[in-house]
Design a binder for this molecule. Sequence first.
Ligand code: ZN
Length: 233
Amino acid sequence: MKIAIVADIHSNLPALTQVLASAEKAGVEQVYCAGDLVGYGPFPNESIDLIRSACSGVVAGNHDAALAGKVGLDRFNRAGAKALRWTKKMITPANADYLRQLPMRIVREEFTLVHASPADPDSWEYVLSAAEAQEAFGAFSTRLCFMGHSHVPLIIGEDMSFNAFRKDCRFLVNVGSVGQPRDGDPRAAFGLLDTVEWTYELVRVEYDVQKTAAATVEAGLPAALARRLLTGY
Ligand code: ZN
């Protein structure tokens, strides 16, 4: 079975729509979301609606938790906090309730799904280095752990190999970001797992970046959030 893992949508509906179309075209049967449905972008309700209808499982990201009142806005930079205040005004009560009940972790036969490090989900730590990965590997027991949070795609093996997916090793996989990539490639990103062949690939998808950038400015959100979509940083 082919499974798509999406993360860090950040209210970018044009990117999410293209990603889900691409996943369907690739023969994906199930979609999972590693959190941060909202924040930064201009389409929070539409993005939540689409994730709710498309996904078999969704975990909370730090922006989702902030919307639910579980994380203080002082944990975010100025643009991020401003976008969260804007989102709080725009979000429907039903969608706010939906974000509030999202779990921190989902465990399936093949993988664990979290937003940040599985070692201590509530502290929203990044997994970027071998040392951080070592701690994280002790905190899940499946072959794979999918995550988001950094918006930078990464594959770390339990043997501390980087970006070399194989069948005979456990891996921590950051699937990159649908709605705000930060690896210098402005295209939307998602992860594609084939549970039969046991292969994993990162897929990049073109979308109408200008549309989201223009809507970001029109909504009165910080212009820097629109500009970074164009460069992918
Ligand atoms: Zn994020």
